[in-house]
Ligand binder design. Structure first.
Ligand code: NAI
Length: 303
């Protein structure tokens, strides 16, 4: 993977200016990461309130580092000043790379990607942070699909080292090289993968979650499974806690996509634990109830 990244970055152009469309959990995180690695970034959204949220997340992360003495007040100001909030596409005009990170809806994404293409230079590269939509499908929204690929970050962006760079059938090598290069500038490790349901990470994760749900259906206890995976197997979090962090709604959606993409291998059991929690509206940490109950951010005890 590293040699692949090297091969591509050798041919790519360096990113001097970036833009992210959508200032939500991911867009805000991507903007923060880019700015903190000295690549100035425009953060565009459709609502002032969303932009404020994105900026306040960046401030919070920087504030924590300031408290711990890891950065100076000057550095904090420099990073914040490198995030340029905007409600207008005019601001993205000189971007070398644009990362689309709006809601996971194919129609909205297609509209946004087409709008982006109208406002950037011929040489700009356009990417999508989609976690489940086909990159080949999204590429159809663009007049120059060779300049487009997936750039899939993980949550929380500032902590997760991996970025999946997903090629469509039309993505050019130069586009991949530029995106791998930008990920590297952001301090991330890029892997380059072909377009398929689940890309790379979810193809590994979802069969694992399916195995976990089957164990539960056979009568196993989720807390015991987490304990074994964490304390004795040595993983940072077991499957139940990981699902709560990812979000049961997000996992449920990805599970459907995997089942449609690989019907023989990934048949969804509609009775499984993910489906039951989803139907009950228990989406994990974001609703303070998933496999576990949460008070604030701490793992709680089962009621
Ligand atoms: P979010 O709901 O937190 O943020 C979406 C943002 O997009 C909102 O601020 C919304 O105002 C904005 N938006 C909607 N329509 C827009 C438009 N036309 N122009 C500009 N902004 C617009 O969503 P989140 O979680 O940040 O997800 C964004 C993307 O990242 C989705 O495609 C999701 O699948 C993907 N993703 C999410 C991960 C996660 O753990 N949340 C992990 C990896 C990828």
């Amino acid at each position: 993977v590293k040699s692949l990244a090297k091969k591509f970055s050798a041919k790519g152009s360096k990113t001097a200016h970036a833009a992210v469309i959508g200032a939500g959990i991911m867009g805000g995180g991507i903007a923060y990461q880019s700015a903190s690695k000295k690549v100035p970034v425009v953060m565009k959204d459709i609502a002032d309130s969303a932009i404020e949220l994105g900026l306040s997340e960046a401030s919070k992360l920087l504030g924590k580092q300031l408290e711990r003495g890891k950065i100076t007040a000057d550095k904090m100001a420099t990073v914040l000043n490198a995030i340029h909030p905007s409600l207008s596409y005019q601001a993205i005009g000189n971007s070398d790379v644009v990362v689309e990170a709006v809601v996971e809806n194919p129609k909205v994404k297609a509209t946004v990607l087409a709008e982006v293409e109208q406002h950037v230079a011929e040489t700009a590269v356009i990417t999508s942070n989609t976690s489940t939509i086909s990159i080949n499908q999204l590429a159809q929204a663009l007049q120059k699909p060779e300049r487009f690929c997936g750039m899939h970050f993980f949550n929380p962006v500032h902590r997760m080292p991996l970025v999946e760079v997903i090629k469509s059938n039309k993505t050019s090598e130069a586009t991949v090289a530029t995106v791998v290069g930008y990920a590297t500038q952001m301090g991330k490790t890029a892997i380059v993968v072909n377009d398929c349901p689940g890309f790379f990470v979810n193809r590994v994760l979802f069969p694992y979650f399916a195995g976990f749900c089957q164990l539960l259906a056979d009568g196993a206890d989720f807390q015991q499974i987490d304990k074994v995976m964490e304390k004795t197997f040595g993983w940072p979090m077991g499957p139940a806690y990981l699902l709560d962090v990812v979000g049961i709604d997000t996992a449920h959606h990805a599970q459907q996509v995997m089942a449609e993409g690989f019907p023989e291998r990934m048949a969804v059991t509609y009775e499984d634990a993910i489906h039951k929690l989803f139907s009950a509206g228990h989406y994990g940490q974001k609703t303070k109830q998933g496999f576990y109950q949460y008070s604030l951010d701490k793992r709680g005890k089962l009621a």
